[in-house]
Unconditional design. Structure first.
Length: 236
C-alpha cells in the first residue's frame, strides 16, 4: 500500500529520469526538494490529466490522487520551456488543459501522451519544435567546466535556466543522495564523510529541510508515503 515507484535513467541529453508510480490507499505524501522540472501524466477514475512540475526548494506535504497511475519525465538541469521560464515554476506547477488519454496540449500544439518507453521520443519532438530549449553554458558548468564569462554572468544564466542558485542545486542533490544512501543501510557517519557534511547534526538538518525525514526514519522506511524512489539508486 502507498506509493509504488519505478524509476529509470535516460541516455537523452534532455532527460534525467523517467518514472512511473501507482497510488493505493494513500491520500497524502511527503514531497521532497528537487532541482528539475518535469512533465507528469496521470489517470484516475478513467479521467486523464497532465501537468508541468517545477523545482522544489523544500519539503512539505502534498495531496495524492487515490488510485491513480502516473508517468513522469524529469528534464535535465539547464533545460527549460520556451513559453514558461523555469523560475516561474519553482515550488509550484501548472495543469495542462484539454488532456485526454491519447493527447495533451502544450505551447499551442497537441502532442501524443507518452508511455514510459516513449518519453524520450516525445522530448526529442519537443526539442526539435523549439518548445523545450537548453542553455549549454549551464550544462558545461554542471560538468565542472569553467566558461570564459564572469561568475556573475554564470550565476545569472544558471538562475534563469533552473530557477535556483548553484549552491541550492548542490545542497538539494546532496540531501537526496544522502537519503538514498541511508535508505540503503549506510551508517549516518559514513554518509557524513562521503558527502562532506560537517557532522551528523548538519546531515539531520539538511534531511529535515529537503527530504522531510530523519536518518532513522530513512533507515527503517518509516514516516509514510514519500515522493522519492528509495529503491532506485542514481549514480550521478
Amino acid at each position: 500500500m502507498g506509493l509504488r515507484f519505478k524509476t529509470r535513467g535516460s541516455d537523452s541529453t534532455w532527460v534525467d529520469a523517467v518514472w512511473t508510480c501507482t497510488s493505493e490507499q494513500v491520500t497524502a505524501m511527503t514531497s521532497v526538494a528537487g532541482v528539475r522540472w518535469g512533465l507528469v501524466f496521470w489517470e484516475q477514475a478513467g479521467q486523464a490529466y497532465a501537468g508541468i512540475t517545477g523545482p522544489e526548494t523544500r519539503t512539505g506535504t502534498a495531496p495524492v490522487p487515490e488510485g491513480a497511475t502516473f508517468t513522469g519525465i524529469e528534464f535535465a538541469v539547464g533545460t527549460s520551456l520556451r513559453a514558461l521560464p523555469t523560475p516561474a515554476l519553482v515550488d509550484g506547477g501548472i495543469g495542462l488543459p484539454d488532456t485526454t488519454r491519447r493527447t495533451f496540449r502544450l505551447d499551442g500544439a497537441r502532442w501524443e501522451t507518452p508511455s514510459p518507453d516513449d518519453a524520450e521520443a516525445l522530448v526529442e519532438s519537443l526539442a526539435r519544435a523549439g518548445i523545450v530549449v537548453r542553455d549549454l553554458l549551464v550544462a558545461d558548468v554542471l560538468r565542472g567546466h569553467r566558461p570564459a564569462v564572469s561568475g556573475r554572468t554564470v550565476e545569472r544564466r544558471f538562475r534563469a535556466a533552473t530557477g535556483l542558485t548553484q549552491g541550492a542545486v548542490r545542497q538539494i542533490k546532496r540531501a537526496r543522495t544522502a537519503a538514498e544512501l541511508l535508505a540503503a543501510g549506510a551508517p549516518a557517519a559514513d554518509v557524513v564523510a562521503k558527502l562532506d557534511y560537517f557532522d551528523e547534526p548538519h546531515l539531520a538538518r539538511a534531511l529535515r529541510s529537503y527530504v522531510g525525514r530523519t536518518p532513522k526514519q530513512l533507515r527503517e522506511g518509516a514516516g509514510g508515503a514519500i515522493a522519492l524512489d528509495l529503491d532506485h539508486r542514481l549514480t550521478s
